[in-house]
Design a protein around this ligand. Sequence first.
Ligand code: IMP
Length: 429
Amino acid sequence: MANVTVIGAQWGDEGKGKIVDWLASRADAVVRFQGGHNAGHTLVIDGNVYKLSLLPSGIVSGTLSIIGNGVVLDPWALKAEVEKLEGQGVTINADNLALADNCPVILPIHRDLDGLREAAAGSGKIGTTGRGIGPAYEDKVGRRAIRVCDLAHLDHLEPQLDRLCAHHDALRAGFDQPPVDREALLEELRGIADFVLHFAQPVWKRLKKVRKAGAKILFEGAQGVLLDIDHGTYPFVTSSNTVSGTAAAGSGLGPNSTGYVLGIVKAYTTRVGSGPFPTELEDEVGKGIGERGHEFGTVTGRQRRVGWFDAVIVRQSCSISGVTGIALTKIDVLDGLDEVKICTGYRLRGNVYDYFPSHAADQAEVEPIYETMDGWKESTAGARSFADLPANAVKYIQRVQELIETPVALVSTSPERDDTILMRDPFLD
Ligand code: IMP
């Protein structure tokens, strides 16, 4: 099985970008299967910087890039991203970009609602990316979404829009907002339809063909397991399933085709937005790690919260997502510390937990149980073999591997593509 599914095993921002780029350069097709333009990563190729949010990572190198039905698509954001990349010399056409025609569309009213709810929630806000992701998924499961294929039938759209707008009007009234201007919305959709339809097709069929031809497919997950709508730190989560199982449902290829599951794991922990974070460091050590790790959000520019490595949540994520092996990233950010800590369990009201409990109050209250290890003063940056690593860094990696009960397949030692220690090749395993 030559296919690989990449997922984040923490709260997103694990450094998927670099690993996905490396894998995408060897794949024949790259598929996004959930989330939307709340994701973000930066590609640096031959000194040129490309920023991607919605488009799969293969697009810059001309690899077939597929946006699956599990994604929520903002057509105007897609157009802006395509035009920006074209301005940088990237060719994007219906041969190298396919968009699922059953993909739900994010409309301006979704962005409005996202913003209104966050503003009204005050200190209880989720800290969303403000892109309308949650409201768009709500309309999908509420069976009132406008989907890409609907744009090919604009003459039938009015009754659908009426149903959708009736729902939004009621919600907007609660925020003292005027009803949706249906004519203006219809006009905006008329204006974008041709652009979107140029790429639209039954993606499941395209994937079936690709698979039959023996191509290597890379499924590119966004966010992380702890932001999963079912398995994450609910309600401080995104609105899609971020686990590996979504690669099948969100693309239209069966679960027997999604291959090796590579979990991306940062050597420490970060989170952006609100919600529980047991190993969070609000001291100078955390500040130092955040600075060395350039921990600012790609999409919103927000400063990320930083903490020690939490083996409990990563073990749980690896189990829930059936992770075959992990890529451990940003180990070099821990260089120079006197000691490093790993959370091995939690204490909660006199009990010891070896898992992250489901209730939000319990998640907020658990106290981490730490194991302390000696740090390393030598640099790991740029190491390309285990022999290049300081002994204490090797001990740290081995201990992580043991505690999460999942093998380390790769270690990333700098943002450069080649600064990687490869133990197992996911495409060959
Ligand atoms: P939403 O996906 O915009 O609804 O945001 C919900 C939560 O997921 C917030 O805490 C966001 O900060 C977080 N989130 C969404 N996308 C990403 C991402 O790509 N990386 C990290 N966090 C994200």
